[in-house]
Design a binder for this molecule. Structure first.
Ligand code: ATR
Length: 282
């Protein structure tokens, strides 16, 4: 009989992770003899956790990495997939011939969500606007660049952080200060929020989305709450909006396929299960 395949999500703390629910739902739906478990791994213990994965007889065939281990996973892997390498962070690990490979599926999840929720969202691919230049914005900026946008404009409160991203990701990525947000939005086919603006109880500054291209989409990578202050504002102005929960669901697809050999589907039922869980375990 084939061995049960096991995967994990390692974080610290890890109790809030929705990944066990997502992968557990898929394991059941596809009738796979496998498991996916949350493992609390402290920062001091992460290196030995990663080393044990490579040893024969390892309990796991791979897993997800969440805060605070994304950079360490990147550092400790034997091989990096190109997207993870350029991003400087990894969120998915798997074994290939005893070697630990690290990938980053956030960009895949970001695009997968938009492709499913709003096919054709790219418009003319002339310009995309990304608000924020922190860790979370990197995968989004890269994914948009790789999707073929002529220009990815990164707008950030601290201009130097936007500059650092532009320096790193090439000439199609341009840095802008928050004071020029209106100009930077001109003609953009997509507006992505990657900041926590308005989430800490403070009011989000009023944003006028009218300069975006006709039919442009507004999306947020934050999904708690589902309708963020920025999405609400955009909706009120008649813009098409897409919430960030789909990104979480889609970023799980490549890992599941690597570990369990089936490419899972992101269905309305899966989305509903995660929303129900968010409502009961805030
Ligand atoms: P993450 O890894 O989640 O992206 P981060 O690296 O702390 O977290 O980045 C948070 C992003 O939100 C940054 O772009 C930050 O702007 P700064 O680089 O200027 O700090 C942005 N951000 C957070 N609060 C903000 C606020 N009140 N106004 C404008 N930008 C804000």
């Amino acid at each position: 009989m084939a061995e049960t395949r096991r995967a994990f999500v390692a974080g610290f703390p890890v109790t809030h992770s929705r990944s066990p629910l997502i992968h557990g739902t898929w394991l059941k739906a596809y009738g796979i003899d496998g498991s996916y478990e949350a493992v609390a791994v402290s920062p001091e213990a992460f290196e030995s956790f990663a080393t044990r994965l490579k040893k024969p007889g390892s309990r796991y065939c791979g897993g997800n990495i969440t805060i605070p281990h994304k950079e360490s996973a990147f550092r400790l892997a034997d091989r990096l997939e190109p997207f993870a390498e350029e991003c400087g962070a990894a969120n998915t690990l798997w074994l290939e011939d005893g070697r630990l490979v690290a990938g980053n599926t956030d960009g895949y999840g970001f695009l997968g969500n938009l492709d499913q929720a709003a096919p054709g969202w790219e418009g003319r691919r002339e310009a995309a606007l990304v608000l924020g230049a922190g860790g979370a914005s990197r995968a989004v900026v890269l994914a948009l660049r790789d999707r073929g946008f002529s220009e990815v404009r990164v707008v950030n409160r601290t201009l130097d952080r936007a500059r650092a991203l532009a320096d790193r990701f090439g000439s199609r990525v341009s840095p802008h200060g928050l004071d020029t947000l209106g100009e930077a939005m001109a003609g953009a086919d997509i507006f992505v929020n990657t900041t926590s603006l308005g989430m800490d109880g403070s009011a989000a500054p009023e944003i006028d989305f009218s300069a975006l291209a006709e039919g442009a989409v507004v999306t947020d990578i934050v999904y708690v709450p589902l309708r963020t202050p920025i999405l609400k504002m955009a909706e009120k102005q008649g813009r098409r909006t897409i919430d960030g929960l789909g990104m979480l669901l889609h970023q799980a697809v490549p890992g599941f396929e690597k570990w369990f050999g089936v490419r899972p589907e992101v269905t309305p039922e899966l989305r509903a299960a995660v929303i129900a869980d968010m409502e009961t375990h805030r």
